[in-house]
Design a protein around this ligand. Structure first.
Ligand code: SF4
Length: 371
């Protein structure tokens, strides 16, 4: 990682510590910045009177804020890096530092990809107009479930939706103008309360999606957010990576492979009787009501659900329970991205509803979003 080009906003943090006269603070950083954490702690301690405790447990999002344990240690302020505030209260004063990156890639390499995607969106619009309320058989429904693009969203336009990960959101307005000059009708979607900034997406929330967006461009790196975006929206997605300037697209074969795997798991749990229902203990992952609803649903179908609360979910912590399968209400990406690591089927609440016949295949795959 090119640290020189990231803005960690340490002087603003030190100013806040001095203004508050804090003596003990906690620093919480994402996994990719753990190597640099000690250097940051030296800097903060050198420039202020405060002592710094690193919250060294894994942290993958703002859903996982330091809370009561640090309060018990006497921590007065939490500095949380790499994520932005979401609609949860950890009970601790928290200073969020988004950590922006100044990479500014050329748009030319991605233009041919988004032109192709715009044509796909136009084609879909015509299909939607010609195909109002078609009669769908059970097999058509299953085929629709496996179709990565063009399944669910009620498309009404072919605009380009411009989104990004938090390090690059400050560039979106400038990129909107660049893509408009290149002839595209561009929107920066604004999502719900879990998201702080226009154009922001999380691995569990793509709530800015709109009917008039026909295709997307993601400014960022890696495939974590892109996979979720296509699974959630069913729309073509181009990728522009500010770290290396490379343009690419999210492969639809890749998404269809994931959907085939989800299809297989839904079929596999059909005969299961005893389920473990996972409840995440992290403040922004805790969906107790959803878990209880799943337990009631299982009971309605003559099956049994055991509620299991965990902070971290991993195979060694759950595989040994004598149940047939697990339903995960913690971070939605545990079931989607990690299910192969588990010995037993690990499914989302929506997938359980399909398996029990409460939701229909033909409505397409419904991504497990935390609002
Ligand atoms: S719930 Fe999962 S996807 Fe959502 S912010 Fe937390 S770690 Fe990321």
């Amino acid at each position: 990682m090119d640290l020189e080009r990231h803005d960690f906003q340490l002087s603003e943090l030190v100013k806040k510590i001095k203004d508050n006269d804090n003596r003990l603070i906690a620093l919480q950083v994402p996994e990719g910045l753990k190597m640099q954490a000690l250097e940051m702690m030296d800097k903060i301690e050198g420039d202020s009177e405060a002592k710094v405790i690193l919250a060294a447990d894994p942290c993958y999002g703002a859903c996982d804020l330091v809370h009561d344990k640090m309060k018990m240690m006497g921590v007065e302020l939490v500095a949380h890096m790499g994520h932005s505030q979401m609609n949860i209260d950890s009970g601790m004063p928290t200073h969020f530092i988004p950590v922006t990156y100044d990479g500014d890639p050329e748009i030319e390499p991605v233009l041919s990809i988004i032109s192709k995607h715009k044509a796909m969106a136009e084609h879909r619009l015509i299909e939607v107009e010609n195909n109002n309320n078609p009669v769908i058989t059970e097999n058509d429904g299953k085929a629709r479930f496996l179709d990565a693009v063009g399944r669910v969203s009620p498309l009404k336009g072919n605009k380009l939706g411009l989104v990004g990960s938090i390090q690059h959101l400050h560039l979106l307005e400038e990129y909107k103008e660049r893509f408009e000059r290149a002839g595209f009708d561009v929107v920066i979607p604004v999502g719900g309360e879990r998201l702080t900034f226009p154009g922001q997406v999380l691995g569990c929330n793509y709530s800015g999606d709109r009917d008039d967006i026909g295709h997307y461009l993601f400014l960022g790196s890696g495939d974590f957010h892109p996979i979720g975006l296509v699974m959630h929206t069913g729309k073509p997605l181009a990728l522009l990576d500010p770290y290396n300037g490379e343009a690419s697209e999210m492969s639809l074969e890749r998404i269809e492979r994931i959907l085939r795997q989800r299809f297989g798991l839904i079929m596999a749990v059909d005969e299961c009787v005893n389920f473990g229902i996972l409840i995440g203990e992290k403040p922004g992952q805790m969906r107790r009501n959803l878990a209880i609803r799943m337990k009631r649903l299982l009971e309605k179908h003559g099956k049994k659900g055991y509620l299991l609360a965990l902070d971290h979910v991993s195979p060694d912590l759950i595989d040994f329970y004598p149940v047939d399968a697990f339903v995960n209400t913690a971070c939605p990406r545990i079931a989607i991205d990690d299910s192969v690591r588990y010995a037993k089927a690990l499914i989302t609440p929506f997938e359980l509803e399909v398996a029990l016949g409460e939701k229909k295949w033909e409505n397409g795959y419904q991504f497990d979003e935390i609002p």
